[in-house]
Write a new protein. Structure first.
Length: 295
């Protein structure tokens, strides 16, 4: 009997460690299972009591809805937004400024700017209700598992747990349209200096490199058709695809789904920080560009 107190002490001392091992993982604010849309992903969102399907486009800069949706949400579009796409083409139109509430995964947010779009102008996208840009997640940390089609809005605790096993990714936040737009570029090292490539989930089939810098990543700026690309993004993390082009762009380059689908990317949109890691489940083989354009 004289050994019992010591045995009990050892038992109780071991209990906190056991409990720590079985503690539930840190809970994020929301986990959103996206839906496949051709070579990209879309997510369900609710605006003014009506659910719809919206393309996730991290390169769009702003969130876009139909005029009918804006009216239903109580906004009469006004003023003029002016922006440029990556080829330098100008577009403009009225907008709703921080007046439209959008709910995704149980989280409601108001983008600082919401523009207008007619998705039916492209018949293959007619079933979509609009576009969700990164400005919907303004000030939050969001993780995209592009292999599995899962978007996670992180809490402070889940963010810490998530990035512990990932690698820091050097990024810049892009803010056009008087700061209301939000996109992300990542550093691509070259012998002459750093290039900045946009992370663009709306680009479903290609990697794009601007003609003036194409040779720095081993590509031929004079080749008009597609060509292979294989260049470093971060150490052994590379952009490798047979479906790359070298157009005349107003940015250094664009990393579309041929790159993004292979990785999990966590982006702190408040602090301008990011991390990258391998997906828990390996991605499926890429759809060849010739097949992708038919979808």
């Amino acid at each position: 009997m004289k050994f019992l107190p010591g045995a009990l002490a050892l038992l109780f001392a071991a209990m906190p460690a056991a409990e720590a091992q079985t503690a539930p993982p840190a809970a994020p604010e929301a986990v959103i299972q996206m839906k496949p849309w051709r070579t990209r992903w879309a997510m369900e969102a609710e605006i003014a009591g009506k659910k719809g399907l919206y393309l996730l486009d991290t390169g769009a800069g702003i969130t876009l809805v139909s005029r009918e949706t804006a009216t239903r949400a109580g906004c009469t579009p006004w003023g003029r937004l002016t922006g440029y796409n990556m080829m330098g083409n100008r577009s403009q139109g009225p907008h709703c400024a921080d007046s439209i509430a959008i709910t995704v995964g149980g989280i409601t947010a108001r983008p600082p700017i919401t523009g207008l779009i007619n998705m039916a102008a492209e018949p293959r996208n007619a079933a979509l209700d609009g576009v969700i840009g990164l400005n919907l997640f303004e000030g939050r940390t969001v993780t995209f598992d592009f292999a599995a089609g899962i978007a996670t809005i992180e809490s402070d605790a889940s963010r810490a747990a998530r990035v512990a096993g990932m690698r820091p990714l050097r990024i810049r936040l892009k803010r056009e349209i008087d700061g209301g737009a939000l996109a992300v570029t990542t550093a691509v090292p070259t012998k002459k200096g750093t290039l900045w490539f946009e992370l663009d989930s709306g680009n479903g089939g290609t990697v794009l490199v601007s003609q003036p810098v194409a040779e720095l990543v081993g590509m031929d700026p004079k080749q008009e058709g597609k060509q292979p690309a294989d260049f470093e993004v971060l150490g052994d993390i590379r952009a490798t695809t047979p479906d790359a082009f070298t157009p005349d762009m107003i940015m250094d380059g664009n990393l579309g789904m041929p790159f993004l689908r292979n990785w999990v990317v966590t982006i702190d949109l408040a602090r301008g920080l990011a991390w990258i890691g391998k997906p828990p489940v390996p991605p499926k083989p890429a759809i060849p560009l010739e097949e992708a354009v038919k979808q």
